[in-house]
Design a protein around this ligand. Structure first.
Ligand SMILES: *[C@@H]1O[C@H](CO)[C@@H](O)[C@H](O)[C@H]1NC(C)=O
Ligand SMILES: *[C@@H]1O[C@H](CO)[C@@H](O)[C@H](O)[C@H]1NC(C)=O
Ligand SMILES: *[C@@H]1O[C@H](CO)[C@@H](O)[C@H](O)[C@H]1NC(C)=O
Ligand SMILES: *[C@@H]1O[C@H](CO)[C@@H](O)[C@H](O)[C@H]1NC(C)=O
Length: 510
């Protein structure tokens, strides 16, 4: 029945969609199938700490549509939280800007304290500051509670980037109307997934925001746009540049851990060596725990002490490698690894024992997003990566998602919805006013936009930068490149605002 043309198309579709995902070499038994590094992982669901509120804002709530894309009255509304500061805002008569941070996968107050850049520059721009929270995170839970919101695939189906962008759009439009500030330009900011949202929002809603600073936004980490090995290669290189022996020790540690576990009483011994609160059930759990620490270290390899994911010293990878390399003579690989990892998990020295699994059901929001839209293929190269070798296996990935959420991922949806393929050509003559900033130490930079696309879609690339370093609060220890990068960002944003105001003036003078 099928015409040859149709079946040829089908064949093309099948080979191009599936082949990149089919692994050719034998899968590693150390790497789990659902291996998808997360931006913030378990940190995105923090046990509500007391955020030191060093910036002044008011917390408000907005009644939000749960489903922007249907007109059914059956879907309830929910309360979206947002943080607002008006005190620097020069108001509608001055066409004063509104700075909006696109909340990402976590508590919005956490992002507010870690996005000092926005607060620091608001006064010189006479800008209002807004931090709306992403739905299904923090306090912005539909269905009244986290438990209900995360109940099943039906309730979770409203957790998507498209809905989140529509939240921001509806919210800012109404807020401006309430303040009679329709003419005031909106500038978007965002880091990591929030940076992806900022860039996408500028492209999808150009009438709502005049520009976006998208920091560490891996909008190209989809399908085969960038090689799947990129992420782990960048992390590995960050360790290698500190010390070859550190890289080698970690690379060999996976087998060492597996052998140690296979000895008589091995798991119990390992649990003791690593000061675990509970006895290990499999060496896999330990490997995962180490693996995510190394990945996060790659992201937060800041040049000065920080407390974003964990309290850490400046140049934390250097410190980890020091501990690994300078362990007493005769230390085993396993001992060295323990000494190194303690820098990440126990820098303050007040952890009694380590809890490996604080999210046993994997029911955090990012896992759901990764199982639906955010399919970011990741592999670990046999030679260049210090992580266990692994070839991304889409069918295993899909299996996990079906098992955990009864949902089938749509790996091609993000690029269909937002683009990504051949971005230099697509955005060269379409779109404007986007800054893509990246630090090359950040493993997510591999999926970022690293080249200037046009006069107004620019890439700022910092060789020594980590995950959205530029958005962090300034410190007295900021290196020159960081000071310069922020100055460039300010100048570009000023340029957007100037040309916006000129256009408005020209219109009124006509
Ligand atoms: C999910 O939970 C809701 C609320 O309890 C229920 O109405 C719905 O039928 C459930 N959906 C599935 C797929 O189980
Ligand atoms: C706008 O004003 C209405 C009416 O006072 C209020 O209910 C709503 O929350 C306001 N919206 C925002 C975004 O402030
Ligand atoms: C954390 O560090 C302190 C101080 O070095 C040490 O006494 C404690 O045993 C460490 N905790 C774990 C879980 O290793
Ligand atoms: C892109 O252009 C900006 C100037 O607009 C410049 O500062 C920056 O270094 C360029 N980026 C790259 C990656 O060449």
């Amino acid at each position: 029945m099928e015409s040859p043309a149709v079946s040829f198309l089908l064949f093309l579709l099948i080979t191009t969609v599936l082949l990149p995902y089919l692994s050719s070499s034998e899968p590693s038994n150390v790497f789990p199938a659902n291996k998808h590094p997360r931006f913030l992982g378990k940190h995105s669901h923090p046990i509500k700490p007391k955020y030191q509120q060093q910036y002044r804002y008011e917390t408000r709530y907005f009644s939000q549509q749960l489903d922007h894309f249907s007109f059914s009255d059956d879907v309830p509304r929910f309360r979206q939280r947002y943080l607002i500061n008006n005190e620097y805002w020069a108001g509608p008569s001055r066409l004063a800007p509104i700075f909006l941070y696109c909340g990402n996968e976590g508590d919005i107050e956490w992002f507010a304290v870690n996005t000092g850049f926005l607060w620091e520059i608001a006064p010189r721009f006479g800008a209002m500051v807004l931090f709306p929270e992403h739905r299904f995170y923090g306090e912005s839970m539909p269905y009244g509670s986290r438990e209900e919101a995360y109940k099943n695939a039906t309730t979770l189906s409203y957790l998507t980037a498209e809905q989140a962008l529509a939240d921001f759009a509806v919210f800012i439009t109404e807020l401006k109307r309430n303040l009679s500030a329709e003419g005031c330009p909106v500038v978007l900011f965002g880091g990591s997934y929030g940076g992806m949202l900022a860039a996408w929002m500028r492209l999808k809603y150009p009438h709502i925001a005049i520009g976006a600073l998208a920091s560490s936004a891996p909008i190209l980490q989809f399908e085969d746009i960038v090689p799947p090995e990129t992420f782990y290669n960048i992390v590995s290189n960050s360790f290698k540049r500190e010390s070859n022996s550190c890289f080698d020790t970690i690379k060999h540690s996976w087998n060492a851990l597996t052998s140690a576990a296979q000895r008589e009483d091995g798991l119990r011994q390992l649990s003791k060596t690593f000061h675990l609160c509970r006895e290990l059930k499999s060496v896999q759990d330990l490997s995962d725990w180490l693996d995510s620490a190394y990945s996060y270290l790659g992201m937060v390899n800041y040049p000065y002490p920080t407390n974003f994911l964990m309290p850490l010293p400046g140049h934390p990878i250097r410190e980890v490698c020091r501990k690994i390399d300078n362990s007493p003579d005769g230390s085993s690989i396993v001992d060295r690894i323990f000494n190194g990892i303690s820098v990440y998990y126990n820098y303050t020295g007040d952890v009694d024992c380590f809890e490996l699994d604080d999210d046993p059901h994997g029911m955090d929001g990012w896992n759901w997003q990764a199982c639906t839209e955010m399919v970011m293929p990741m592999s670990s190269d046999r030679d260049t990566s210090m992580f266990p070798a692994y070839d991304f296996d889409y069918s295993a990935y899909q299996e996990e998602c079906r098992r955990d959420y009864q949902v089938t991922p749509r790996p091609r949806w993000i690029t269909t919805e937002f683009g990504g393929h051949d971005i230099e050509h697509v955005l060269k003559f379409f779109g404007s006013n986007i800054i893509f900033s990246n630090g090359l130490l950040d493993p997510w930079s591999g999926g970022g936009v690293l080249k200037n696309i046009s006069e107004t879609i620019v890439a700022l690339v910092a060789e020594e930068g980590a995950h959205h370093t530029d958005l962090r609060p300034s410190t007295t220890e900021d290196p020159d490149w960081l000071v310069e990068q922020r100055a460039t960002e300010i100048k570009l944003i000023e340029g957007w605002l100037d040309s916006y105001r000129q256009k408005i003036k020209a219109t009124f003078n006509m």
